[in-house]
Structures are given as structure tokens and as C-alpha cells.
Write a protein that binds this ligand. Structure first.
Ligand code: NAD
Length: 459
């Protein structure tokens, strides 16, 4: 079969690239080895974790927070099987939705493992092996959990996020290796459902890469929620000894628990792609090298998403998918890497775009800072969600917004305004002079922007 474009991988990068290219009139194929389309994000990542975060939040609210609203519940109980089933239903409907979108856009789907088989050729390995040809190929092969020496995964007691999305009962004690995004999100889920949760983090802080002040304040809130953190703790081994999990740490006593979640980062899936058949070499971190148009050094081969440089985020992959498809079809297409938000879906959420204070200081860029707490805001009070604040960082000379960092309710939704501001090169005054509906949480962004000029009204 010959196609104009073959996309390897149907995660958020690959399936979006395929649909966009088809919209632009190309004859597109997409190869995916899993039965369900959507990649890690839809099947075993962003979506199922959000479903469990929401369900566990409601369970926690029913038990601990509704009383403050004068609502008293009794007999609240957990039906974990039903909670997991709801999550699986959401995943199922969304992955089927992509099948529908492929049909609607006439994207041909091949089931199997895609592999380059020489210039212009892609093999599909699977039940029905076949060889396809195409002028252009986009590799969107994604990433997988990083393994570290000494950790003995058994998929039942010591596992990754995939297993932690499917525990069939609430662990008594869950030890999480890595205080990053996955550890905090899934730690929140199981803590709310009743587990004791201990996070072991090698660094002296959680959420590496996020603004330090925000990460520090977030940790205090998570600690109040009962999550235990042990920082500057390097895990050297973890295994199930037949009755308990044993986690050893450098310079400390072993920890015994009943489940271990290993979330120490992810690595690109770049093995077995047949890159050698076209002379394509990986970089030192096993990523596929690309230029700003997502082109690899080999003509006609592009790569996007987690298998190339940059944050491993679904929306970054999506935007790259669109950019690569548009570049192939039209000769134009780019991604603004300065305006990619990052969100941690804890309670409260943590969201960030642009430069952190740490980065601005390191680069010697003078900035003005405005911040505003949710606790002063009427809607946040009405919602009973008053933890956190919005922080806006603007260039001291030009007032251009350089970074926005939010710890607080619906931070992941609120950050969209800041992303748009950065995308359009807005100043803090632009945000401050924009009318924000009252009473909405978005007003906290406006007040923080006013703060860059010392003009907050309600503080
Ligand atoms: P991460 O990179 O966010 O965090 C891993 C943490 O593990 C780091 O802080 C690191 O210092 C620590 N660590 C490494 N080795 C250790 C050791 N031996 N002992 C103790 N700590 C150790 O990784 P993650 O949480 O696994 O997430 C993986 C990827 O998935 C990230 O790129 C993330 O962006 C993405 N993701 C994003 C979201 C989201 O956007 N909401 C959600 C889940 C995953």
C-alpha cells in the first residue's frame, strides 16, 4: 500500500498529526500496536488518572469536606471496583472516539508495530505483516517508564503508573519512588482513598522544574493532606520478598510497605524502529534528533512528542503533530516552545507557563512580580478552595509577561489565559486591563497582574 504519509504511533502526537494531515488532503496511514488508539495518555496516563483523581476527590469530600457546607453524610463507602469501571468506561469511549475520527477523516489504521524498512518503506509487524510505502513518515513512538537498577518490577507489588491505576484494593502503605508529576497525582488518589502514602525523592524538593516557591508551598499543602515526603532520599532497591515490599534507601533504614509505585521519569521509545535502515542516529539521551520543523536529518522522516527533545506532555506532542503535518502539506508549521503549559492535577492543582523565578534570576533578567492569594477571593471562598495563589512575572523594562505560576483551584484551566498572553506577547497590564467576569477564579489572575504594578485592588 502506498500513502502520502505514514504515522508510527497513535498517541496524542501521532493521531492528531494523522487527522491534521488528512484534513489537508493527504492520504494518511497510522500504525499502532495496541488495539485501542490514543497512546499512553488516553489508555494508561492522563485520562484514567484524571478519572481516578476526580472520583477520589469526591470520596474525600463526602467524608471530610461536605460537613463544612452543612451537609452531613453517613454510611459513605468505597466501591473501588465501580470506581475503576467508571474510569475504564471513560477510556473506552475516548479511544473509540479516535477510531471514529480516523474513519471520518479517512485515515487508514494498521494494527501492528511500525518499523522503518529502508528509504520510503515502513514495515508493519504483527498478525498480518505487510510493507507500506510513503514519501513522508512521522515517528510518534512515545515514551515508557524509566527503570532503575535494583528495582525488581513484578507488576503486582512493585510497578509503574500502569499498575497504580488498577490496584484492586486500597494499599495499606504505598511507597512512591519519585516526587514528580506521576508520584504526586497517583499518591493523591490513593491517599484520598485511605492509603498511607510515602514519597521518596532523591532531590531536596518535589516537582523538579516547577517554580521553587510554588513547589515548596505545594508540598506544605500535600503534607497537611497527610502525604509523607522524604526528600534527599535515594532509593537503591525495591522488591517484593514474598510477604511485603522492601525498599532500601541510601544511608537509611529499609522501608516495608505493601505496594511500590516507581515514577522516576520516562524514557523515549526509540528501539526497534529500524532507524538504522535509513541511517538515522539517536542523540545521547536516546531521542530522535529533529530541527525546528520536526525534520530528522533523513529526508522525509519527521519525529514528534515524547521520542524527541522537550517536555513529555500530551499537548506538546499534539502541537508538534499539527506542525509536522502542516509543514509536510504546506511548507509551514511551527511550535512556540515558550508557551507550553505544564499542569500537575493534585488538589489544589499546580500550573505553570513560561519562565520560573529561578530561571529569570539565573539568566540575570530583571522582572516584576505580582501575586494574589485565592484566600482573598469571594468565589474561591464560596467554593471552599482557598489554598494557593497566582504569581505573574513580567519583564521589568517592557512589562511583557515572562512567566505565570499558579498553585490553586482549577489552576490547570486558569493557566490557559496566561498561555494566550504569552503566545500573543501580552504585558501584565494587558491582563490587568482585561475585564474578568465576577465572581470567577480568573479574577485572581487579574489581581496578580495588577500586582506587577503594585495596583492590586483587594490586597
Ligand atoms: P518526573 O520526571 O516528573 O519525576 C521523577 C522524580 O523521580 C524526579 O524528581 C527525580 O529526582 C526522582 N528520582 C529519580 N530517581 C530516583 C531515585 N533513585 N530515588 C528517589 N527519587 C528518584 O517523572 P514522572 O513523575 O515519572 O513522570 C514522567 C513523565 O510523565 C514526565 O515527563 C511528566 O511530564 C509526564 N507526566 C505528565 C503529567 C501531567 O502533565 N500532568 C502527568 C503524568 C506524567
Amino acid at each position: 500500500m502506498n500513502h502520502d504519509l505514514i504515522v508510527i504511533g497513535a498517541g496524542p502526537g501521532g493521531y492528531v498529526a494523522a487527522i491534521r494531515a488528512a484534513q489537508l488532503g493527504l492520504n494518511v496511514a497510522c500504525i499502532e500496536k495496541e488495539q485501542a488508539l490514543g497512546g499512553t495518555c488516553l489508555r494508561i496516563g492522563c485520562i484514567p488518572s484524571k478519572a481516578l483523581l476526580e472520583s477520589s476527590h469526591l470520596y474525600h469530600m463526602a467524608q471530610h469536606e461536605l460537613g463544612a457546607h452543612g451537609i452531613h453524610t453517613s454510611g459513605t463507602s468505597l466501591d473501588l471496583a465501580a470506581m475503576l469501571k467508571r474510569k475504564d468506561g471513560i477510556v473506552d469511549s475516548l479511544t473509540k472516539g479516535i477510531e471514529f475520527l480516523f474513519k471520518k477523516n479517512k485515515v487508514t489504521r494498521y494494527r501492528g508495530t511500525g518499523r522503518l524498512a529502508g528509504p520510503g518503506k515502513v514495515a508493519v509487524d504483527g498478525d498480518q505483516p505487510q510493507e507500506l510505502t510513503a514519501k513522508n513518515v512521522i515517528i510518534a513512538s512515545g515514551s515508557k517508564p524509566m527503570m532503575i537498577p535494583g528495582i525488581e518490577f513484578d507488576g503486582k507489588h512493585v510497578g509503574t503508573s500502569t499498575e497504580a491505576l488498577n490496584f484492586d484494593k486500597v494499599p495499606e502503605h504505598l511507597v512512591i519512588i519519585g516526587g514528580g508529576v506521576i508520584g504526586l497525582e497517583l499518591g493523591s488518589v490513593w491517599k484520598r482513598l485511605g492509603a498511607k502514602v510515602t514519597v521518596l525523592e532523591f532531590l531536596d524538593r518535589i516537582m523538579a522544574g516547577m517554580d521553587t516557591e510554588l513547589a515548596r508551598d505545594a508540598q506544605k499543602i500535600f503534607e497537611k493532606q497527610g502525604i509523607e515526603f522524604r526528600l534527599k532520599t535515594r532509593v537503591t532497591s525495591a522488591k517484593y520478598d514474598g510477604s511485603k515490599c522492601v525498599v532500601t534507601v541510601e544511608g537509611g533504614e529499609p522501608i516495608h510497605c505493601d505496594k511500590v509505585l516507581v515514577s522516576v521519569g520516562r524514557v523515549p521509545c526509540t528501539e526497534g524502529l529500524g532507524l538504522e535502515t535509513v541511517g538515522l542516529q539517536l542523540d545521547a539521551k536516546k531521542r530522535i534528533p529533529v530541527d525546528k520543523h520536526l525534520r530528522t536529518p533523513v529526508s522525509g522522516i519527521y519525529a514528534i512528542g515524547d521520542c524527541i527533545e522537550g517536555p513529555m506532555l500530551a499537548h506538546k506532542a499534539e502541537d508538534e503533530g499539527v506542525a509536522a503535518a502542516e509543514f509536510i502539506a504546506t511548507g509551514y508549521g511551527h511550535v512556540n516552545y515558550d508557551a507550553i503549559p505544564s499542569v500537575v492535577y493534585t488538589e489544589p492543582e499546580v500550573a505553570s507557563v513560561g519562565k520560573t523565578e529561578d530561571e529569570l534570576k539565573a539568566a540575570g533578567i530583571e522582572y516584576r512580580k505580582g501575586s494574589f492569594p485565592f484566600s482573598f477571593h469571594g468565589r474561591a471562598k464560596a467554593l471552599g478552595m482557598t489554598d494557593g495563589y497566582v504569581k505573574v512575572l513580567a519583564d521589568a523594562k517592557t512589562d511583557r509577561v515572562l512567566g505565570v505560576h499558579i498553585l490553586g483551584p482549577r489552576a490547570g484551566d486558569l493557566i490557559a489565559e496566561a498561555v494566550a498572553a504569552i503566545e500573543f506577547g501580552a504585558s501584565s497590564e494587558d491582563i490587568a486591563r482585561t475585564c474578568h467576569a465576577h465572581p470567577t477564579l480568573a479574577e485572581v489572575m487579574k489581581e496578580a497582574a495588577l500586582g506587577c504594578d503594585g495596583r492590586t485592588i483587594h490586597k
